[in-house]
Design a protein around this ligand. Structure first.
Ligand code: CA
Length: 230
């Protein structure tokens, strides 16, 4: 099966061993780091296909690592899944804002973890197909260029995560059309992806915040989902 290389950055040795065991069993190549500093260095040197990043690390914490991964040219496009413990829910939002692609709360089952890894690897942005993804959308003060993953709100360039960009593109492509959460999940992640509705809400909060005044164009339709204002 797959020989994708996964870098696991986790300081708790028993969790690390468990993840290592399960990923190897699934046919992944696995590299490990137990500190943020070492993890960041290995990410740059080893160029993994995906990084599993624990948030609570001694020294440089997971959010710091995430920020640095997104800034370094060698790692800026590498998918990151953050692992969060109970009580770190607010850090999930921060992590996603810093460019993490998904999160898995602890304790997790190995099946869920592996399903998430495969889903993130599947939707990894392929630079060769990027150019073919649709026409620019111009609506209100928003300019969305799907081919270039580029968004301008009222003339200002806005940095969005991959998921936020997909959600915005989906909503803005059919103004006035109501999308429920599972349609949004499908559009972002493809089929067969187990994700909570709450994850969609978290993404929408982040998206609105980044779009500033233009965030108001994303309307909540109570009990149903979201729509982009006509
Ligand atoms: Ca930890």
């Amino acid at each position: 099966m797959s020989k994708e290389k996964i870098l696991v950055i986790e300081d708790e040795e028993d969790i690390l061993a468990l993840i290592h065991f399960n990923l190897v069993k699934e046919g992944f190549r696995v590299e490990c780091a137990t500190t943020g500093e070492d993890g960041f260095k290995k990410a740059k040197d080893l160029r993994p296909s995906l990084i599993l990043l624990d948030l609570m690390l001694p020294g440089m914490d997971g959010l710091d690592v995430c920020k640095r991964l997104r800034m370094a040219p060698e790692t800026k496009d590498c998918p990151v899944i953050i692992l969060t413990a109970k009580g770190e829910e607010h850090d999930i939002v921060k992590g996603l804002e810093l460019g993490a692609d998904d999160y898995v709360p602890k304790p997790f089952s190995s099946q869920v973890l592996i399903a998430r890894i495969r889903a993130v690897l599947r939707r990894r942005v392929n630079p060769e197909t990027r150019q073919e993804q649709g026409q620019p959308i111009q609506i209100h003060e928003l300019y969305i260029h799907p081919g270039r993953n580029k968004v301008e709100a009222a003339g200002e360039s806005v940095e969005l995560t991959y998921s936020e960009f997909k959600i915005l593109t989906l909503l803005a492509s059919r103004p006035g059309w109501v999308f429920n959460r599972s349609q949004i999940v499908d559009a972002v992640h493809g089929e067969g992806y187990a994700v909570t509705d709450r994850a969609v809400d978290v993404q929408i909060v982040g998206l609105r915040k980044k779009l500033g005044a233009c965030g108001n164009y994303i309307e909540t339709v109570r009990g149903v989902g979201y729509r982009f204002k006509e």
